[in-house]
Design a binder for this molecule. Structure first.
Ligand code: SF4
Ligand code: SF4
Length: 427
Protein backbone atom coordinates (compact mmCIF):
# COMPACT_ATOMS: atom_id res chain seq x y z
CA UNK A 1 0.00 0.00 0.00
CA UNK A 2 1.33 3.46 -0.88
CA UNK A 3 1.29 6.25 1.69
CA UNK A 4 1.04 9.55 -0.20
CA UNK A 5 1.01 12.23 2.47
CA UNK A 6 0.43 15.78 1.24
CA UNK A 7 2.29 18.55 3.09
CA UNK A 8 -0.87 20.25 4.32
CA UNK A 9 -1.84 17.19 6.39
CA UNK A 10 1.33 17.38 8.45
CA UNK A 11 0.09 19.94 10.96
CA UNK A 12 2.28 22.46 12.77
CA UNK A 13 5.45 20.39 12.53
CA UNK A 14 5.08 20.35 8.76
CA UNK A 15 5.98 24.05 8.60
CA UNK A 16 9.39 23.34 10.10
CA UNK A 17 9.93 20.57 7.61
CA UNK A 18 8.90 22.61 4.58
CA UNK A 19 11.23 25.45 5.59
CA UNK A 20 14.16 23.10 6.22
CA UNK A 21 13.68 21.28 2.93
CA UNK A 22 13.69 24.45 0.85
CA UNK A 23 16.76 25.87 2.62
CA UNK A 24 19.05 23.10 1.28
CA UNK A 25 20.99 24.36 -1.76
CA UNK A 26 22.44 20.90 -2.56
CA UNK A 27 26.04 22.09 -2.18
CA UNK A 28 27.17 18.76 -0.69
CA UNK A 29 29.41 20.23 2.05
CA UNK A 30 27.67 17.92 4.51
CA UNK A 31 28.50 14.70 2.65
CA UNK A 32 32.01 13.99 4.05
CA UNK A 33 30.76 14.51 7.61
CA UNK A 34 27.91 11.98 7.35
CA UNK A 35 28.81 8.56 8.85
CA UNK A 36 26.27 6.60 6.79
CA UNK A 37 27.38 8.21 3.53
CA UNK A 38 30.98 7.51 4.48
CA UNK A 39 30.23 3.82 5.13
CA UNK A 40 27.68 3.12 2.40
CA UNK A 41 28.73 5.60 -0.32
CA UNK A 42 25.13 6.03 -1.49
CA UNK A 43 23.74 9.55 -2.14
CA UNK A 44 20.37 8.37 -0.76
CA UNK A 45 22.13 7.66 2.56
CA UNK A 46 23.58 11.17 2.74
CA UNK A 47 21.98 14.26 4.33
CA UNK A 48 21.44 15.87 0.92
CA UNK A 49 19.90 12.67 -0.42
CA UNK A 50 17.62 12.26 2.58
CA UNK A 51 16.44 15.87 2.36
CA UNK A 52 15.60 15.29 -1.30
CA UNK A 53 13.75 12.05 -0.48
CA UNK A 54 11.75 13.75 2.28
CA UNK A 55 10.87 16.59 -0.08
CA UNK A 56 9.69 14.16 -2.74
CA UNK A 57 7.52 12.29 -0.21
CA UNK A 58 6.10 15.55 1.18
CA UNK A 59 5.21 16.73 -2.31
CA UNK A 60 3.54 13.41 -3.10
CA UNK A 61 6.05 12.43 -5.82
CA UNK A 62 7.47 9.40 -4.02
CA UNK A 63 5.87 6.66 -1.95
CA UNK A 64 7.11 6.97 1.64
CA UNK A 65 8.07 3.26 1.61
CA UNK A 66 10.79 3.95 -0.96
CA UNK A 67 12.38 6.60 1.22
CA UNK A 68 11.98 4.60 4.44
CA UNK A 69 15.16 2.42 4.34
CA UNK A 70 17.35 5.51 3.88
CA UNK A 71 15.49 7.54 6.52
CA UNK A 72 15.73 4.61 8.94
CA UNK A 73 19.49 4.38 8.42
CA UNK A 74 19.99 8.01 9.53
CA UNK A 75 21.67 8.09 12.95
CA UNK A 76 20.21 11.47 13.85
CA UNK A 77 23.76 12.47 14.84
CA UNK A 78 23.25 15.90 13.16
CA UNK A 79 26.89 16.09 12.16
CA UNK A 80 25.51 17.38 8.85
CA UNK A 81 23.94 20.33 10.67
CA UNK A 82 27.36 21.42 11.94
CA UNK A 83 28.90 21.34 8.46
CA UNK A 84 25.99 22.97 6.58
CA UNK A 85 26.79 26.56 5.50
CA UNK A 86 23.12 27.25 4.75
CA UNK A 87 21.94 26.51 8.27
CA UNK A 88 19.58 23.68 7.34
CA UNK A 89 18.05 22.53 10.67
CA UNK A 90 18.42 18.87 9.74
CA UNK A 91 17.68 17.64 13.27
CA UNK A 92 14.29 19.35 13.36
CA UNK A 93 13.59 18.10 9.86
CA UNK A 94 14.31 14.41 10.44
CA UNK A 95 12.53 14.34 13.83
CA UNK A 96 9.44 16.05 12.41
CA UNK A 97 9.43 13.80 9.36
CA UNK A 98 9.69 10.69 11.53
CA UNK A 99 6.90 11.97 13.75
CA UNK A 100 4.69 12.39 10.68
CA UNK A 101 5.62 9.08 9.07
CA UNK A 102 5.95 6.71 11.97
CA UNK A 103 3.68 4.17 10.30
CA UNK A 104 5.92 4.02 7.23
CA UNK A 105 9.12 2.14 7.96
CA UNK A 106 11.40 -0.36 6.30
CA UNK A 107 11.64 -2.56 9.38
CA UNK A 108 10.80 -6.23 9.61
CA UNK A 109 8.13 -7.39 12.04
CA UNK A 110 10.84 -8.69 14.40
CA UNK A 111 12.71 -5.36 14.26
CA UNK A 112 9.46 -3.50 15.04
CA UNK A 113 8.84 -5.76 18.04
CA UNK A 114 12.39 -5.14 19.32
CA UNK A 115 11.90 -1.40 18.95
CA UNK A 116 8.54 -1.57 20.72
CA UNK A 117 10.11 -3.50 23.59
CA UNK A 118 12.83 -0.83 23.84
CA UNK A 119 10.30 2.01 23.97
CA UNK A 120 8.25 0.12 26.63
CA UNK A 121 11.23 -0.54 28.86
CA UNK A 122 14.19 1.88 28.44
CA UNK A 123 12.31 5.04 29.60
CA UNK A 124 11.12 3.31 32.81
CA UNK A 125 14.06 2.41 35.09
CA UNK A 126 12.41 -0.45 36.99
CA UNK A 127 10.97 -2.06 33.86
CA UNK A 128 14.29 -1.52 32.12
CA UNK A 129 16.20 -3.11 35.00
CA UNK A 130 13.97 -6.20 34.85
CA UNK A 131 14.34 -6.39 31.08
CA UNK A 132 18.09 -6.08 31.42
CA UNK A 133 18.24 -8.78 34.10
CA UNK A 134 16.36 -11.03 31.73
CA UNK A 135 18.83 -10.04 29.03
CA UNK A 136 21.81 -10.77 31.28
CA UNK A 137 20.36 -14.18 32.06
CA UNK A 138 19.77 -14.93 28.38
CA UNK A 139 23.21 -13.48 27.60
CA UNK A 140 24.65 -16.62 29.11
CA UNK A 141 22.96 -18.29 26.16
CA UNK A 142 23.97 -15.64 23.60
CA UNK A 143 24.85 -18.25 21.04
CA UNK A 144 21.28 -19.57 21.29
CA UNK A 145 19.63 -16.10 21.25
CA UNK A 146 17.87 -15.11 18.02
CA UNK A 147 20.33 -13.34 15.71
CA UNK A 148 18.34 -10.11 15.81
CA UNK A 149 18.57 -9.94 19.62
CA UNK A 150 22.31 -10.56 19.88
CA UNK A 151 23.41 -6.91 19.46
CA UNK A 152 21.22 -5.99 22.42
CA UNK A 153 22.37 -8.91 24.55
CA UNK A 154 26.03 -8.14 23.82
CA UNK A 155 25.63 -4.59 25.17
CA UNK A 156 24.55 -5.76 28.61
CA UNK A 157 26.80 -5.35 31.65
CA UNK A 158 27.82 -8.41 33.68
CA UNK A 159 25.55 -7.46 36.60
CA UNK A 160 22.97 -4.83 37.41
CA UNK A 161 22.24 -2.86 40.61
CA UNK A 162 18.70 -1.89 41.64
CA UNK A 163 17.76 1.56 40.25
CA UNK A 164 17.52 3.82 43.32
CA UNK A 165 16.95 7.55 42.83
CA UNK A 166 19.50 9.85 44.50
CA UNK A 167 18.48 12.00 47.53
CA UNK A 168 15.88 14.67 46.84
CA UNK A 169 18.26 17.40 48.04
CA UNK A 170 22.07 17.33 48.21
CA UNK A 171 23.40 20.49 49.82
CA UNK A 172 26.38 22.49 48.57
CA UNK A 173 29.62 21.99 50.48
CA UNK A 174 30.56 25.27 52.17
CA UNK A 175 28.97 28.46 50.84
CA UNK A 176 26.03 27.73 48.52
CA UNK A 177 26.50 29.64 45.26
CA UNK A 178 23.43 28.42 43.41
CA UNK A 179 20.78 25.73 43.25
CA UNK A 180 19.94 23.49 40.30
CA UNK A 181 17.46 20.73 39.47
CA UNK A 182 18.86 17.48 38.14
CA UNK A 183 17.24 15.35 35.44
CA UNK A 184 18.61 11.89 36.18
CA UNK A 185 17.68 10.13 32.93
CA UNK A 186 16.49 6.55 32.73
CA UNK A 187 19.17 4.43 31.03
CA UNK A 188 21.93 5.86 33.24
CA UNK A 189 20.00 4.98 36.41
CA UNK A 190 20.10 1.35 35.40
CA UNK A 191 23.30 0.99 33.39
CA UNK A 192 25.60 3.26 35.41
CA UNK A 193 24.03 5.10 38.39
CA UNK A 194 27.51 6.12 39.60
CA UNK A 195 27.49 8.88 36.93
CA UNK A 196 24.63 10.63 38.74
CA UNK A 197 26.12 10.23 42.22
CA UNK A 198 29.51 11.47 40.97
CA UNK A 199 27.89 14.49 39.27
CA UNK A 200 26.03 15.41 42.47
CA UNK A 201 29.19 15.17 44.59
CA UNK A 202 31.15 17.32 42.12
CA UNK A 203 28.40 19.97 41.91
CA UNK A 204 28.19 20.05 45.71
CA UNK A 205 31.97 20.61 45.88
CA UNK A 206 31.50 23.54 43.48
CA UNK A 207 29.00 25.15 45.86
CA UNK A 208 25.90 23.96 43.98
CA UNK A 209 22.89 22.57 45.82
CA UNK A 210 21.21 19.85 43.78
CA UNK A 211 17.51 19.07 43.88
CA UNK A 212 16.12 15.94 42.20
CA UNK A 213 12.37 16.38 41.53
CA UNK A 214 10.65 13.11 42.38
CA UNK A 215 7.94 13.27 39.69
CA UNK A 216 10.35 13.61 36.77
CA UNK A 217 10.13 11.08 33.95
CA UNK A 218 12.07 10.08 30.85
CA UNK A 219 12.93 13.10 28.69
CA UNK A 220 11.03 11.57 25.74
CA UNK A 221 13.98 11.74 23.32
CA UNK A 222 13.84 8.04 22.55
CA UNK A 223 10.16 8.24 21.57
CA UNK A 224 10.65 11.51 19.68
CA UNK A 225 13.49 10.20 17.58
CA UNK A 226 11.70 6.99 16.63
CA UNK A 227 8.58 8.91 15.59
CA UNK A 228 6.33 8.35 18.66
CA UNK A 229 5.50 12.05 18.84
CA UNK A 230 2.42 11.71 21.04
CA UNK A 231 4.26 9.69 23.68
CA UNK A 232 7.17 12.17 23.59
CA UNK A 233 4.72 15.08 24.09
CA UNK A 234 3.11 13.33 27.07
CA UNK A 235 6.48 12.77 28.74
CA UNK A 236 7.52 16.37 28.04
CA UNK A 237 4.29 17.63 29.60
CA UNK A 238 4.91 15.55 32.74
CA UNK A 239 8.40 16.99 33.04
CA UNK A 240 7.03 20.54 32.72
CA UNK A 241 4.92 19.81 35.80
CA UNK A 242 7.72 18.05 37.70
CA UNK A 243 10.31 20.81 37.21
CA UNK A 244 7.87 23.74 37.54
CA UNK A 245 8.28 27.20 36.08
CA UNK A 246 10.88 28.69 38.44
CA UNK A 247 13.95 30.01 36.64
CA UNK A 248 16.24 27.31 38.03
CA UNK A 249 18.70 25.53 35.69
CA UNK A 250 17.81 21.94 34.78
CA UNK A 251 21.05 19.97 34.63
CA UNK A 252 21.58 16.72 32.77
CA UNK A 253 24.59 14.42 32.52
CA UNK A 254 23.33 12.72 29.34
CA UNK A 255 23.90 14.42 26.00
CA UNK A 256 20.93 12.57 24.47
CA UNK A 257 18.52 13.72 27.19
CA UNK A 258 19.85 17.29 27.06
CA UNK A 259 19.40 17.42 23.33
CA UNK A 260 15.90 15.92 23.59
CA UNK A 261 14.81 18.41 26.27
CA UNK A 262 16.19 21.29 24.16
CA UNK A 263 13.58 20.18 21.58
CA UNK A 264 10.56 20.55 23.89
CA UNK A 265 9.25 23.57 21.97
CA UNK A 266 9.23 21.48 18.79
CA UNK A 267 7.89 18.36 20.53
CA UNK A 268 5.02 20.45 21.97
CA UNK A 269 4.51 22.56 18.86
CA UNK A 270 0.84 23.37 18.38
CA UNK A 271 0.01 22.24 21.94
CA UNK A 272 -1.17 24.69 24.66
CA UNK A 273 2.15 24.14 26.50
CA UNK A 274 4.36 25.08 23.53
CA UNK A 275 5.71 28.29 25.06
CA UNK A 276 6.29 26.57 28.42
CA UNK A 277 8.22 23.95 26.46
CA UNK A 278 10.43 26.72 25.03
CA UNK A 279 11.02 28.17 28.53
CA UNK A 280 11.87 24.71 29.85
CA UNK A 281 14.34 24.16 26.98
CA UNK A 282 16.13 27.42 27.82
CA UNK A 283 16.73 26.15 31.36
CA UNK A 284 18.30 22.86 30.24
CA UNK A 285 22.07 22.83 30.75
CA UNK A 286 24.67 20.15 30.33
CA UNK A 287 26.62 19.26 33.48
CA UNK A 288 29.88 20.54 31.93
CA UNK A 289 28.38 23.88 30.88
CA UNK A 290 27.01 24.53 34.35
CA UNK A 291 30.18 23.48 36.15
CA UNK A 292 32.46 25.55 33.93
CA UNK A 293 31.08 28.67 35.64
CA UNK A 294 32.20 27.57 39.12
CA UNK A 295 35.47 27.05 40.92
CA UNK A 296 36.36 23.57 42.15
CA UNK A 297 38.88 22.65 44.84
CA UNK A 298 42.40 22.04 43.41
CA UNK A 299 42.76 18.69 41.62
CA UNK A 300 46.04 16.96 40.76
CA UNK A 301 47.33 13.52 39.86
CA UNK A 302 50.53 12.02 41.25
CA UNK A 303 51.66 11.13 37.72
CA UNK A 304 50.77 12.41 34.23
CA UNK A 305 47.64 10.82 32.70
CA UNK A 306 46.64 11.02 29.02
CA UNK A 307 42.87 11.25 28.54
CA UNK A 308 41.03 11.23 25.20
CA UNK A 309 37.78 13.15 25.12
CA UNK A 310 35.03 11.65 22.92
CA UNK A 311 32.55 14.20 21.54
CA UNK A 312 29.03 12.78 21.87
CA UNK A 313 27.04 13.87 18.80
CA UNK A 314 24.20 15.21 20.93
CA UNK A 315 26.64 17.42 22.81
CA UNK A 316 29.00 18.55 20.03
CA UNK A 317 26.55 18.84 17.14
CA UNK A 318 23.10 19.17 18.70
CA UNK A 319 24.09 21.44 21.62
CA UNK A 320 27.42 22.81 20.32
CA UNK A 321 29.13 21.91 23.56
CA UNK A 322 32.76 21.06 22.85
CA UNK A 323 35.09 23.13 25.00
CA UNK A 324 33.54 23.09 28.52
CA UNK A 325 34.19 19.36 29.19
CA UNK A 326 37.74 19.69 27.84
CA UNK A 327 38.39 22.76 30.00
CA UNK A 328 37.11 20.94 33.09
CA UNK A 329 39.43 17.97 32.47
CA UNK A 330 42.36 20.35 31.99
CA UNK A 331 41.73 21.80 35.45
CA UNK A 332 43.20 18.55 36.81
CA UNK A 333 46.93 19.11 37.17
CA UNK A 334 48.75 16.26 35.45
CA UNK A 335 46.04 15.51 32.87
CA UNK A 336 46.92 15.84 29.18
CA UNK A 337 44.15 15.77 26.59
CA UNK A 338 44.61 13.54 23.56
CA UNK A 339 42.58 14.34 20.43
CA UNK A 340 41.08 11.43 18.48
CA UNK A 341 41.07 11.03 14.71
CA UNK A 342 37.63 12.19 13.46
CA UNK A 343 36.65 13.19 17.03
CA UNK A 344 33.12 14.21 16.08
CA UNK A 345 32.28 11.07 14.08
CA UNK A 346 29.39 9.12 15.66
CA UNK A 347 30.27 5.98 17.68
CA UNK A 348 27.10 4.26 16.44
CA UNK A 349 25.17 4.30 19.71
CA UNK A 350 22.44 6.84 18.77
CA UNK A 351 19.45 5.80 20.92
CA UNK A 352 17.93 2.59 19.55
CA UNK A 353 20.22 2.55 16.49
CA UNK A 354 22.15 -0.42 17.90
CA UNK A 355 18.93 -2.38 17.85
CA UNK A 356 17.60 -1.11 14.51
CA UNK A 357 20.78 -1.07 12.44
CA UNK A 358 23.20 -3.42 14.23
CA UNK A 359 25.66 -3.82 11.32
CA UNK A 360 26.23 -0.07 10.78
CA UNK A 361 26.29 0.55 14.54
CA UNK A 362 28.94 -2.15 14.98
CA UNK A 363 31.12 -0.75 12.17
CA UNK A 364 31.00 2.72 13.70
CA UNK A 365 31.64 1.34 17.19
CA UNK A 366 34.70 -0.60 16.01
CA UNK A 367 36.02 2.43 14.17
CA UNK A 368 35.69 4.64 17.25
CA UNK A 369 37.29 2.03 19.50
CA UNK A 370 40.22 1.64 17.09
CA UNK A 371 40.71 5.43 16.98
CA UNK A 372 40.85 5.42 20.79
CA UNK A 373 43.39 2.57 20.88
CA UNK A 374 45.50 4.31 18.21
CA UNK A 375 45.50 7.56 20.23
CA UNK A 376 47.61 5.89 22.95
CA UNK A 377 45.41 7.36 25.68
CA UNK A 378 45.06 5.84 29.15
CA UNK A 379 41.37 6.65 29.62
CA UNK A 380 38.39 8.00 27.65
CA UNK A 381 36.15 10.78 28.95
CA UNK A 382 32.69 11.54 27.55
CA UNK A 383 29.29 12.99 28.40
CA UNK A 384 26.70 10.43 27.36
CA UNK A 385 25.70 7.05 28.78
CA UNK A 386 24.84 5.58 25.35
CA UNK A 387 28.33 6.36 24.00
CA UNK A 388 29.88 4.96 27.18
CA UNK A 389 28.19 1.57 26.79
CA UNK A 390 28.86 1.37 23.06
CA UNK A 391 32.54 2.40 23.22
CA UNK A 392 33.27 0.18 26.21
CA UNK A 393 31.78 -2.82 24.44
CA UNK A 394 33.82 -2.28 21.28
CA UNK A 395 37.06 -1.58 23.16
CA UNK A 396 36.65 -4.88 25.03
CA UNK A 397 35.91 -6.71 21.77
CA UNK A 398 39.20 -5.37 20.41
CA UNK A 399 41.00 -6.61 23.53
CA UNK A 400 41.52 -3.18 25.10
CA UNK A 401 40.99 -2.48 28.81
CA UNK A 402 41.07 1.35 28.45
CA UNK A 403 38.52 2.68 30.98
CA UNK A 404 35.61 4.76 29.66
CA UNK A 405 34.26 7.31 32.12
CA UNK A 406 31.86 10.20 32.23
CA UNK A 407 33.56 13.59 32.80
CA UNK A 408 31.72 13.76 36.14
CA UNK A 409 33.27 10.45 37.23
CA UNK A 410 36.75 11.67 36.32
CA UNK A 411 36.33 14.94 38.22
CA UNK A 412 34.89 13.06 41.21
CA UNK A 413 37.88 10.71 41.32
CA UNK A 414 40.28 13.64 40.94
CA UNK A 415 38.60 15.49 43.82
CA UNK A 416 39.08 12.38 45.97
CA UNK A 417 42.75 12.13 44.87
CA UNK A 418 42.08 8.72 43.28
CA UNK A 419 42.23 9.40 39.54
CA UNK A 420 45.41 7.32 39.17
CA UNK A 421 43.47 4.25 40.29
CA UNK A 422 41.50 4.04 37.02
CA UNK A 423 44.43 2.76 35.04
CA UNK A 424 47.82 1.25 35.82
CA UNK A 425 50.81 3.48 35.03
CA UNK A 426 51.98 3.01 31.46
CA UNK A 427 55.74 3.41 31.14
S1 SF4 B 1 25.50 21.29 3.38
FE1 SF4 B 1 23.42 22.01 3.84
S2 SF4 B 1 22.76 23.09 1.99
FE2 SF4 B 1 24.55 21.87 1.42
S3 SF4 B 1 23.67 19.89 0.67
FE3 SF4 B 1 24.11 19.61 2.85
S4 SF4 B 1 22.18 20.14 3.89
FE4 SF4 B 1 22.03 20.96 1.80
S1 SF4 C 1 22.07 13.06 11.03
FE1 SF4 C 1 24.07 12.00 10.82
S2 SF4 C 1 23.59 10.08 9.72
FE2 SF4 C 1 21.80 11.45 9.47
S3 SF4 C 1 22.18 12.51 7.54
FE3 SF4 C 1 23.03 13.84 9.15
S4 SF4 C 1 25.20 13.25 9.32
FE4 SF4 C 1 24.14 11.61 8.16
Amino acid sequence: MLHRIPTQTLGPRGETMAEAVTRCVHCGFCLPTCPTYDLLGDEADSPRGRIFLMKEVLEGNLPAEQAAPHIDRCLGCVSCQTSCPSGVPYGDLISSYRASHQVVTSRSLFARIRRRIASWTVPYPRRFAWAMRLGIWSGRLTALAPKGLRPLVELLPASLPDPEPPPEISAAVGTARTEVMLHIGCAAQVLNPSITSAAIRVMNQAGVTVRVPRDQVCCGALHWHIGSADRAAKLATRNLAAFGDADVPIVTTAAGCGSGMHEYALILKGEPQESRGADFAHRVTDFSVLLERFELPPMATSRPIRIAYHDACHLAHAQRVRQPPRDLLLRIEGVTLVELVDPEFCCGSAGTYNIDQPEIAAQLGRRKAQAIIDSDCEAVALGNIGCQVQIEQHLRQLGSSIPVLHVAQILDLALQGRLESITPAIP
